[in-house]
Design a protein. Sequence first.
Length: 405
Amino acid sequence: MARSCTTTSSLPRPVLLTSVGVLMKHVPLATVTQVLAQHGKSGQRDRLLPAPFVVYFIVALALYMTYPVREVLRCVLDGLRHLPLPRLPCCPIASRGAISRARARLGWEALAAVYAHVVHPLATPHTVGAWYKTWRVVALDGTTLSLADTPDNVTAFGPQASRLGEGAFPLLRLAALVEVGTHAVLAMAFDACAVGERTLAERLLPSLTPEMLVLEDRGFVGDDWLRRVRATGAHVLCRLRSNMHFPVQRRLADGSFLSATRPPVGSEEAPLVVRVVEYTLRGVPGAAPVYRLVTSLLDPAIAPATEVAALYHERWEAESTFDEFKTHLRGGAAIRLRSKTPDLVRQEVYGLLLAHYVVRAVMYEAACHGEADPDRLSFVHTVRVLRRSLPRTAGFPPAETPAVL
């Protein structure tokens, strides 16, 4: 591994690499090593930048996009000095070309596998704000990320298009399944900006489980989609578009009513029974005259209409999650992903979401320690505390160091 004895980085140590051990706690080295071996990325040669180290380095790049790659490398190597690892030899910091080649050797598939192995729901049945009755509340939503303007990226992901013409930079579209109570991104799928959000969401269906209640926006309503979600065992709560009509079949005691979907013409499927909740927001400037929700929770005794209406607004936690990794980790809307080729873009996205997951895992630990709602903690404050805590925490084994914010 590269090591510099004389060069001191001017870069503040990266978020969560305030102790590299904190990162390794939530992205275990044993898991990284196992996944790399399964993908044939372990390597037999001694290199300046071994594959396991590159995984952690990519997460650091996601955390500090505004800094040069060699500055981030210096910072990560300096963080390793505080861990109970074998002493690193004094070596020159790798060049930009060597760093790019190391990333290319690793590829994006291995990092995607690390993400799949590491990421899991954080909330337990006792986590405040993460559940509705017996269901884990999750939100399904989408966003975009702007990329470096290179011909390869434009070809692979496409330029940003609108009624005013093409945008200045290429975009990728991303759909994510977010645990509402902790903001952990449990699964994601991304592709060219021309690929629809619904198409990406279909790739997330295998991540749904019967314990989940999925909050969705108006783009997901439809007989086929509702059936596919229910086939996973998960329940759904979704807002209706204004032009969608669901006839009243039976009015319920709480004011909601039972209705049914319309299978495609020629389908042999029976209509799917759903429940519709209508409500208004009084005294809210700019509110729509009527809001309508459709849900697979049919029993008003279990899920009263007032609770369902209040619960749906938790869907905006997904937007807050996007803001966390697009603004506070990425560095703002004006900061684009640094990678110049499509494969490295894909690798960088997984690094970005791994970084966000680790931040949120630290926040979850802090909330549990203080018996607080993880959703009430400040993401920005957590980042600042982690930076300040380096002198006090870097020398302690991460497994024995509780996160206290």
